[in-house]
Design a binder for this molecule. Structure first.
Ligand code: NAD
Ligand code: ZN
Length: 356
């Protein structure tokens, strides 16, 4: 038994296996939060949880709407009888994982959390690193993640049987975030990926190891070290917003990475050969969308709209300069303040859908 309070940083214990086999180890009397779609697609899941005499099984409809105060309250209400040494199990994608993380943090000032990511994005990204949050509606507008916590899971269960029902698009979204970590953090691994594409299991293991290595050095996001994980997110978030969230986060980040490579090349921070190699790898590996997708969205907007979105995202400084993660070599990044004139020069090519 650890002397650290539940939710404090500790290296995560990853367990691989089928859900049924891993669930057999659950302590009795846990509370489980389960994505309803996952429960429907995997009929053995709920019986495996029920066999452990849980206090409650709460099913949430996965998707951004699950990250509401209403679902948080539902989880908390079902968890009031959980002792401080009790366990909350989150089975779902990033949305169910995020709301369950907040609930685990609040219940009895912190109970044990087991994350069972069921999307690839959750497996490689959101179920690691301790962050959880819910969205708020402020003056009629949904604001993403303003109410959040750090609460580290004690275990991550990687159940490949649950990934079998993911669509090619869901796999692409998660793969893009995983390739992001490899391109920015591990040059040798990146080269190996280009030579031979990894299996899904290897992709998940590698991405989790890389994200964990970053989080271990900055578990509560105090030093700025975790910023490397934002590669591709500056313009990725702009594209997500311009599409009214029709473009998925992973696909937006993929295109955002191409734009970050353009910015880096334009400033002389990213060598041309590196940018070309990473762009080709993102096309052949996870399958980043064509630049035409970004162009169609950017053509809908003015540069002023983009500035407003960058400001809302707190990515722009007082003079409109952007704090961006740029790739300086394979596996290496630098955070630079980028003047708005820089991306404005790239705008014509971006809106035509060609590489500047
Ligand atoms: N906490 C963090 O550090 C962090 C990091 C990145 C993203 N996030 C958050 O994660 C969320 C996105 O995560 P997501 O992409 O997993 O979204 P999600 O939870 O909405 O899942 C996407 C869809 O996939 C379905 N689904 C889940 N597992 C499935 C399976 N095995 N088979 C078939 N369908 C399945 C869900 O029902 C949902 O409709 C966002 O809210 C984002 O803010 C958090
Ligand atoms: Zn992301």
């Amino acid at each position: 038994m650890s002397l650290l309070p539940s939710g404090a940083y500790r290296p995560p214990a990853d367990r691989w296996g089928t859900f049924t086999r891993l669930a057999a180890r659950l302590p009795e009397g846990c509370v489980a939060v389960v994505d309803r779609t996952v429960a429907r697609l995997h009929p053995a899941l709920i019986p495996a949880l029920k066999a452990r005499a849980p206090r409650a099984i709460i099913q949430l409809v996965g998707g951004e709407r699950a990250k509401s105060l209403a679902s948080l309250e539902k989880v908390l209400a079902n968890g009031v009888n959980l002792p401080r040494s009790g366990t909350l199990v989150a089975v779902g994608g990033g949305t169910v994982g995020d709301v369950a993380t907040v609930a685990a943090h609040l219940l009895k000032r912190g109970v044990r959390l087991v994350q069972v990511p069921t999307t690839l994005l959750a497996a490689v990204d959101s179920s690691l690193g301790g962050k959880g949050a819910v969205d708020l509606t402020v003056r009629g507008r949904v604001v993403k993640n303003p109410a959040g916590v750090f609460h580290y899971a004690e275990e991550g269960w990687l159940c490949q049987d649950l990934f079998a029902t993911l669509s090619p698009q869901q796999i692409r979204e998660g793969s893009i975030e995983a390739w992001k970590m490899v391109a920015t953090l591990d040059a040798g691994l990146f080269k190996r990926y280009v030579r031979a594409p990894p299996t899904m299991e290897k992709l998940v293991r590698d991405a989790r190891r890389l994200k964990e290595s970053v989080c271990a050095r900055d578990p509560y996001e105090l030093t700025g070290l975790r910023r490397v994980l934002n590669f591709g997110h500056t313009f990725g978030h702009v594209l997500e917003s311009l599409s009214s969230f029709q473009l998925s986060h992973g696909d937006a980040v993929g295109l955002g990475m191409l734009m970050a490579l353009d910015v880096g090349r334009h400033l002389g921070a990213t060598p041309g050969l590196v940018a070309a190699e990473v762009e080709a790898a993102l096309q052949q590996g996870p399958g980043v969308l064509d630049r035409a997708h970004a162009a169609r969205l950017l053509r809908r907007a003015s540069q002023r709209d983009v500035v407003a979105l960058l400001n809302a995202d707190k990515k722009a400084g007082a003079r409109g300069e952007l704090r961006m993660v740029l790739l300086t070599a394979l596996g290496a990044t630098d955070v630079r303040d980028v003047a708005s004139a820089t991306w404005r020069e790239l705008w014509p090519a971006w809106t035509e859908g060609v590489r500047p």
